[in-house]
Design a protein around this ligand. Structure first.
Ligand code: NAP
Length: 528
């Protein structure tokens, strides 16, 4: 049942007077539930509880934390159809997407549980003492990763499950040993409350300390800002706009004790089409691109928004096929009227720029809040000089840039902002022939794709989801896949520490049988 209250640890709380509702964009009307915005006191209580919980939770074993994560996954599944229908009512997304995203969220939680059960993720590194070393003896040093402390997680609008309450940020922070306070996204506060109830039940069932998880409602920026500046918060996870992410990043850096903000923000995900792809496979690639651009009403951070090719008849023909493919695809509902309005404004602003022309535009009638797809084109020189055209329009929108030469193509790539992904469509020969283009692209992105589309982010250890700014605030880390745990930890070295007093991960006998780097050799053996 949705109560509209905040979860302060295991307790429901609604002492504030600010009330808000979520919105059903398919029906174009507010949902019935009322949510109580968290007050300053409730925010402080949640953080204090998280701080107290951390003192115990940071010492819980990998097996205990894994059991917690696996139980969260089971409890989310047990919420059944109520959770799915709430998700659909608060996002306008279809039930198939809700089921798929729930599956991904459960898989993510279980993947972190498996990582914890195996245990080697702590990067245990041991250099044993050399008392006889000349000219001076060498001390015994042993290092591993430890959790940072309470983390604030901002639920994203476009992934109500997988990047929200029990999404990748929360799962990775809990796996690392950090309590989490979620600032739920105001567009799906009901979905967030239901998922929070699953996390809270799981925490109680598996004996986690009260305060290991809290969920705060808000419809404005106050709750998020209070959280980020709270002295007991030690890190922030965010997915959303460049404006929101950079504001929180600045706030965190202005604190007396600055803290890391891992914000995954905008990207236009350039796709470079070399001549072989234009000649031989233009139909197939234009159709794949159209489908990728339309997926989820274009509301994915990996949505392709820019095509770069050399001006030619083949590129003209590619654009024709792309236009026809796009005109056949039916628009779908966006997450919220505000996001739809942003999309319409962004489309209009870019369409009004000098020297652009239309490649494709959906001209039929649609329901309210549905996103009508559009593709513009422009020549390379004008694109280079107008950086307004380099910015993301969140939704099914793209620009094709007709470059005069490979040299101009390279200049354009070098002028782009940092991106989550970059894609090359072409042949293996073209990759070697145009290695400068490939290298320029690689320097701009977190993931480089050959003959594919950027949408579809596999959740696995080798995934990199995060790129140079403004794609994310710290390109050294990923927000998808099990490496995301590395955002919430810091290394600690023990010098000359007695074996019995060391954490199990660093003991001579290696009781957890984890892989360690011992005297520069990777091994899961004990130290004799
Ligand atoms: P958003 O405006 O960045 O908001 C995300 C979350 O951050 C919300 O909970 C919001 O709180 C909070 N927030 C934003 N600015 C803040 C600030 N200055 N201080 C404290 N908290 C702040 O993103 P959104 O609501 O999800 O969607 C708006 C636009 O963001 C979209 O139209 C799209 O352009 C972009 N977006 C991009 C991606 C991507 O993956 N590239 C994903 C999602 C959204 P409140 O809402 O409570 O104010």
């Amino acid at each position: 049942m949705i109560t509209g209250k905040n979860y302060i640890g295991n307790n429901l709380s609604a002492v504030g007077s600010e009330i808000f509702k979520t919105f059903d964009p398919q029906q174009n009307q507010p949902n019935a539930w009322e949510f109580y915005e968290a007050t300053h006191d409730e925010i402080d209580q949640a953080v204090q509880l998280a701080h107290e919980a951390f003192q115990q939770y940071c010492f819980f074993s990998g097996i205990e934390k894994a059991q917690f994560l696996r139980t969260i996954a089971l409890e989310i599944e047990a919420l059944g159809d109520v959770l799915l229908s709430t998700y659909c009512k608060e996002s306008g997304l279809p039930q198939g997407r809700a089921i798929g995203e729930r599956g991904r969220t459960i898989a993510q939680l279980n993947a972190f549980a498996t990582l914890l059960e195996e245990g080697s993720w702590v990067d245990a590194t041991i250099d044993t003492a050399q008392p006889d070393r000349q000219p001076s003896p060498k001390v015994d040093l042993r290092k591993m990763l430890f959790p940072l402390g309470p983390i604030a997680v901002f639920g994203s609008s476009n992934f109500p499950f997988a990047f929200s309450t029990a999404g990748g940020d929360t799962a990775s922070a809990l796996a690392a040993g950090c309590p989490v306070i979620v600032k739920s996204h105001p567009m799906h506060a009901g979905t967030s409350e239901l998922v929070s109830s699953a996390i809270t039940i799981a925490a109680q069932k598996t004996g986690m300390p009260n305060g290991v998880f809290s969920n705060l409602n808000s419809k404005g920026i106050m709750v998020g800002q209070k959280l980020v500046i709270h002295p007991l918060i030690k890190g922030v996870g965010f997915t959303g706009s460049i404006k929101g992410g950079t504001a929180l990043y600045k706030l965190a850096n202005e604190r007396d004790e600055p803290i890391p903000v891992f914000a995954e923000m905008g990207s236009i995900n350039p796709v470079i089409v070399f001549s072989s792809a234009l000649k031989k496979e233009k139909e197939a690639w234009a159709t794949s691109y159209a489908n990728s651009m339309m997926l989820g009403a274009g509301q994915f951070c990996t949505n392709p928004g820019l095509i770069l090719g050399i001006k030619s008849e083949d590129l003209d023909r590619f654009m024709e096929v792309l236009g026809k493919a796009l005109e056949k695809l039916e628009p779908s509902c966006m997450l919220h009227p505000d996001i739809h309005t942003n999309f319409e404004n962004g489309k209009r602003t870019l369409s009004e720029q000098a020297d652009v022309s239309i490649v494709a535009e959906y001209r039929g009638d649609t329901n309210r809040n549905y996103a009508k797809q559009k593709v513009l084109k422009i020549d390379g020189a004008n694109f280079l000089s107008n950086t307004r055209l380099h910015q993301e329009v969140f939704g099914p929108f793209s620009i094709v840039v007709e470059c005069e030469s490979i040299r101009e193509l390279k200049q354009i790539i070098q002028k782009l902002d940092g991106q989550l992904t970059g894609t090359i469509l072409g042949s293996e020969n073209e990759i070697s022939e145009h290695s400068q283009i490939v290298n320029a692209l690689q320097n701009k992105v977190g993931r480089i794709i050959f003959n594919g589309v950027p949408t579809g982010v596999e959740v696995c250890p080798s995934m990199q989801h995060g790129g140079p700014f403004p794609a994310s605030t710290d390109s050294r880390f990923t927000s998808v896949g099990t490496s995301a745990i590395k955002r919430w930890v810091r290394p600690v070295s023990y010098q000359n520490w007695p074996n019995n007093a060391l954490p199990d991960e660093l003991k001579d006998e290696n009781p957890l049988r984890i892989m360690r780097l011992v005297n520069t050799i990777h091994t899961n053996a004990s130290i004799l």
